[in-house]
Each structure stands twice: as C-alpha cells, then as structure tokens.
Design a protein around this ligand. Structure first.
Ligand SMILES: [Zn+2]
Ligand SMILES: [Zn+2]
Length: 195
C-alpha cells in the first residue's frame, strides 16, 4: 500500500502538488459596504496628499467587492510567491508543512477544459463560494469579455469536478451554472470531507 504516493491520485482522482511545495491558505477578503462608505467619507475629509492614497485604496476594495459580487474568481493581488484569489484563497509557492497542500483539477478535467484560458489559480481546488465567501465551490466564474454590440459583459464559468463549462453567458446564467454544479458535482467532494 502506498497511500500517498499513488501516482497523483486521491479518491476524487485529483493529483497533489506536494512535490513542488504548493500550499493553500485562506485570508479574510470581506469588503463591507460600510467600509467603502467610510473610505469615501475619509477621502472627502482628507487633505490633497492623503486623498490620493485613500482613493487608490477605495478603488482597490471597490473592485474587489464588485468582482466578488459578480462571482468572479481571479488573481487580484500577488506577492512574493503568493497568488491571491478574490474569494480569499491564497496559493503559496513555498508553503510550510502545517499548511494544506494545494490540489489541482484532474488531468481528465484539464483536457475537457482545453481551449479555455485558465489562470494558475483556477487550476487549484478549494475556492470559497462567492459572494458569500462561505463554503467551498467546485465551479468558478473565471473570465469575462465586454460585448460592445449588446453593451454587456459575458462570462465564462467552469466546473473543476466534471470539466463542463459555459462561455460568453450572462452573469446570472454563469451564476446558476455554478449553483447547479455545486449541487450535482459538489457532493462528490464535500461528502468525502464529512460535511
Ligand atoms: Zn477563488
Ligand atoms: Zn460539474
């Protein structure tokens, strides 16, 4: 028996990345409307020099909050060896032993998603649901384009469990894709974790 060196395969068929030391941690990325309001008030009251910094801060958190509400998982910040998703998931290149090992989507799912442009963070499992930031999601909205002819943003969503995807759909449709796949494909992994 080789419980851990099983040619990169967990019960869900998900290869681990332990060889390269990638780990996953989580950070608090909750941006409340109250906080944004407070920032706006501070900008109003601040002197010219402080205004600029506060304005950048409010833009940063304003964007983050909007993307979370749109359900969009993307790399919104990166540091030395870390990549931060809008949902609070942090991928650490040189993680420590006490951290959760990063798990990526299976080869099979990667093949099904061939042709869809994925950021590295989209390959990693264990994202928090958006916009609630509570619980894990197996499906992610990963990209959008602006369609000038219909004056609308259209979104791409993927399922990390079954490899299904939708391209250039309205935000509400992308969100319902996510909901559906969490219902159908979610239990496969969530039950395993005893939830
Ligand atoms: Zn995420
Ligand atoms: Zn699915």
């Amino acid at each position: 028996m080789k419980p851990h060196k099983d040619e990169g395969s967990t019960p869900a068929g998900v290869p681990h990345l332990q060889e390269v030391g990638y780990t996953v941690t989580y950070e608090d990325v909750l941006v409340t409307a109250e906080y944004l309001k407070q920032l706006k008030a501070e900008i109003k009251a601040a002197d010219v020099r402080a205004k600029y910094g506060l304005f950048r801060t409010s833009l940063f958190y304003g964007n983050l909050r909007r993307w979370q509400r749109q359900g969009w998982h993307c790399e919104y910040e990166s540091g030395p060896g870390t990549t931060h998703c809008t949902c609070g998931l942090v991928l650490n290149e040189n993680g420590t032993a006490d951290q959760e090992l990063a798990v990526v989507i299976s080869k099979n799912v990667q093949q099904k998603l061939d042709g869809i442009e994925l950021e590295q963070i989209h390959l990693v499992r264990g994202h928090n649901s958006l916009p609630s930031l509570k619980g894990e999601t197996v499906a992610l909205i990963i990209d959008f384009i602006y369609k000038e002819d219909i004056i609308e943003y259209l979104w791409t969503a993927i399922c990390q469990q079954c490899g299904d995807y939708e391209v250039e759909v309205k935000n509400a449709d992308a969100k319902s894709f996510v909901k559906t796949h969490n219902r159908i494909c979610g239990p496969v992994i969530f039950n395993k974790k005893g939830e």
